[in-house]
Design a protein around this ligand. Structure first.
Ligand code: CTP
Length: 395
């Protein structure tokens, strides 16, 4: 399918192409790259050289969106279902200092806008209207796309923005490309200035990697290139075995990203203080690292003794690091999902069981129920009476 035909099949792009515009409206960035690679276009970044408010009105009308969110830098955002469209005036960029977020200023030519970008494959524009489907490609990005080469636009690109090192790793491994020698050189620049990047920018890059199909290769390259070590030096290990298991066990969800940090460090104190983690995430890692060794040949239900308070992701991450079989963990998670104790806490306490032992007792009760025992409230009650007479149950 050629580009013009593809645009016709994409509701959003087609609608934009039908706007009667006097000046060019372009699709830019990852969207054009994916379109030329015949991949589905997930990111819709639109730019125009002349701001026409009629275009913004047209979009709100046809897509029946309530409003367009305006940000201070000549950019707008609209959401259509779960698709977000970013709209912007063509912009130039400069960096006050390496690693800082760029400052932008309006420019009146698409060429200038394309020249500020990271890689040639991301610096192609496709006209959506009026000459639908025409390509503007001043950096020869299409050539690199066909050859599978990831090339920076200029020497010093990663000096301006060291996060581009993470982006390079993401694109190279996502598309199976190779680095152009100029890009290879940039990694050395990135390392020198990596420590200046804010924690939130590093976090954003790692979150994006954690949902990628080839995240294992990406995290491996980050380890081998010591990118995180250059950011903060307590990321001073690289555990390939852990990476392989975490990759195999964890879902491809953004909020699993932080478990992968354990591949590079065990210094939970430093990790907690470096600004990357939310409190909840830090607690998860602490809990996982505090676990004693769990026997490998364990019955799924018995895992409840260690994991009762763990979330599903925590169970998978901890299990991966402990070398437990994924199948056993999955069985355990499935069984615990439906387990319901028929007595509430008050009723248990009324039977003379002290509050201090409630957790312990509930754990045992739930394990029995997961095994398919104690189906009625009466059976539960009998079991509780027996438990009451014992002193300790848990490891
Ligand atoms: N960009 C850049 N330098 C950065 C970040 C972004 O030059 N540090 C430019 C690139 O041209 C990129 C565009 O901004 O294509 C949009 O950025 P983003 O949404 O992060 O990337 P996508 O190209 O859409 O890639 P992905 O498929 O990973 O979302």
């Amino acid at each position: 399918m050629n580009i013009r035909e593809y645009i016709k099949t994409n509701r959003i792009l087609y609608t934009i192409s039908q706007f009667n515009s006097h000046s060019n409206i372009y699709l830019v960035g990852g969207g054009v790259r994916d379109l030329l690679l015949h991949r589905s276009v997930l990111d819709i970044d639109i730019v125009f050289e002349t701001l026409d408010y009629k275009f913004l009105d047209y979009l709100t009308d046809v897509f029946k969106v309530e409003s367009i969110i305006k940000s201070p830098f000549l950019t707008w955002k609209i959401s259509i279902g779960d698709i977000e469209i970013d709209l912007a005036h063509t912009r130039g960029e400069y960096y006050r200092e390496p690693g800082a977020l760029p400052e932008t200023y309006p420019v009146h030519s698409i060429y200038q806008d394309l020249k500020r970008r990271d890689f040639t494959i991301n610096s192609i524009a496709c006209i959506l209207t009026p000459n639908t489907g025409d390509i503007v490609d001043p950096m020869d990005g299409y050539h690199d796309l066909k050859e599978g080469i990831l090339r920076v636009l200029k020497a010093g690109s990663f000096l301006e923005d060291p996060t581009r090192a993470f982006r390079a790793i993401r694109y190279k491994n996502r598309f199976g490309f190779i680095y152009h020698p100029l890009t290879e050189e940039e990694f050395e620049h990135a390392k020198k200035l990596m420590s200046r990047i804010s924690a939130s920018r590093v976090r954003n890059e790692l979150e994006r990697i954690s949902v990628e199909e080839n995240r294992k290769e990406m995290f491996r390259e980050i380890g081998l290139k010591k990118l995180l070590f250059h950011w903060r030096d307590f990321f001073n290990t690289f555990r390939e075995d852990m990476l392989v298991s975490l990759h195999e066990y964890l879902d491809f969800e953004k909020d699993t990203w932080f478990y992968f940090l354990l591949v590079y460090t065990r210094d939970i104190e430093a990790l907690g203080g470096c600004g990357l983690l939310e409190r909840k995430e830090r607690r998860s890692l602490e809990r996982i690292l505090a676990l004693d060794r769990i026997e490998k040949e364990i019955m799924p239900e018995e895992l409840h003794r260690w994991f009762r308070k763990f979330s599903d992701d925590e169970v998978l991450a901890a299990g991966a690091l402990q070398g437990l079989k994924k199948e056993i963990l999955r069985k355990y998670l499935l069984r615990r999902k439906d387990v319901r104790v028929l007595h509430d806490a008050e009723e248990i306490k009324e039977m003379g069981i002290p509050a201090s032992r409630l957790n312990e007792i509930l754990t045992i009760l739930e394990i029995e129920k997961m095994k398919g025992k104690l189906r009625s409230k009466r059976e539960e009650e009998q079991f509780l009476r027996v438990l009451k007479s014992r002193h300790t149950f848990l490891p």
